[in-house]
Write a protein of this length. Sequence first.
Length: 386
Amino acid sequence: MELLIPCAFGLEKTVKRQIIALGYGNCPAQNGRILVKDADLCDVARLNVFLRSGERVLLKLGEFRAETFDELYDGVFSLPFEEYLTRHSKILMDGKCYKSTLMAVKACGGVAKKAIVSRLRDKLRASSFDERGERVIVGVSVFENVVTVTLDTSGEGLHKRGYRILPYEAPLKETVASSMVESSVYRAGKPFADLFCGSGTIPIEAALYALNLAPGRHRAFDFTAWKNTPKDILNRAFEEADDVRVRTKTGLGLIGSDISPKAIETAKFHAKRAGVEEHITFTCADMRTFRSQEKYGVMISNPPYGERLEKGTDLFALYRDFAKAFRALGDWSCYFLSGFSGAERAFGRQADKRKKLFNANLECGFYGYLGAKPPKGYENPSKNEN
Ligand SMILES: C[S@@+](CC[C@H](N)C(=O)[O-])C[C@H]1O[C@@H](n2cnc3c(N)ncnc32)[C@H](O)[C@@H]1O
């Protein structure tokens, strides 16, 4: 089977790298989605459990051209839904239309669902459908008159790791946070700080990454309830996740701080749920007071940027003070995601690395200011003190 992994704009390269690292060589990127060829249900389980920055894992059922509703109906009717669905399946339609003759998403979904039910009626010899069973989200996306039909094996989006349950004002999506960590120079053993940690997403994702903990190792996925999915297939992926996790007696020594006491309370709770609380010290503090004796550390943050938080505050002064706190650390590197257009000006120079990313549909810049490289063979002394 073929699988499609959609991802947020700007994350294609990161997600492709993650898929290749999991051992899949054949994976071209197409229109914000990565295609994994020659896959089976074991791969569905592994990708769902291990992927850090993909949005979901879609099983591609078929692709065909359609410019009329009749062509759409016939194309959908020709696909083997009976291999995955029963007469009890709760069929939910999802879709989008872009640059095509068929542009009415809801109408396309309605026609496609009629075709699916007709096909099931024929193939399963069923006369009634109660939709009281397992959920199957069917995607019908029309792009330049080519219809792609998918089944969503994940169900809930992969950003829902399960650890973040308390509400917070402007949390960063876990998939975006993990991509920021992976795109930085942070590696296990280096000093790490997020001085605007909010509900804890970035330090928690950094800990999961450093400990090679699979982000989906505690959650459920829709495909396990489908017809013909072997019972133990997800458990095998969970066992693999357990085998490859890094077990360490010393903590990672990550730091998360925030000016809001509520943020710190929330972050501690989430870190505990994620099973990484012994690796992160959370402190309530203004970022201006941050000091560290450690060398070659990495700061990764998502400071406020006005649209969703802190209306009326002087953002320029906040970023200027952030830059000052960063410069005082000497050889550290600093990365941040922000929608504030004056961020680089406030930092006093252009970033060494910059890319466009979206957080909750808001266009942001991901900026990187690189510190000095540690000399070859350099060991962080605090690692030995733990
Ligand atoms: C966009 S939110 C961070 C969200 C976080 N990444 C998450 O996933 O929950 C920005 C955070 O900066 C904090 N903040 C604002 N001014 C600060 C300051 N001077 N020092 C430290 N934290 C500050 C806010 O309390 C808020 O939690």
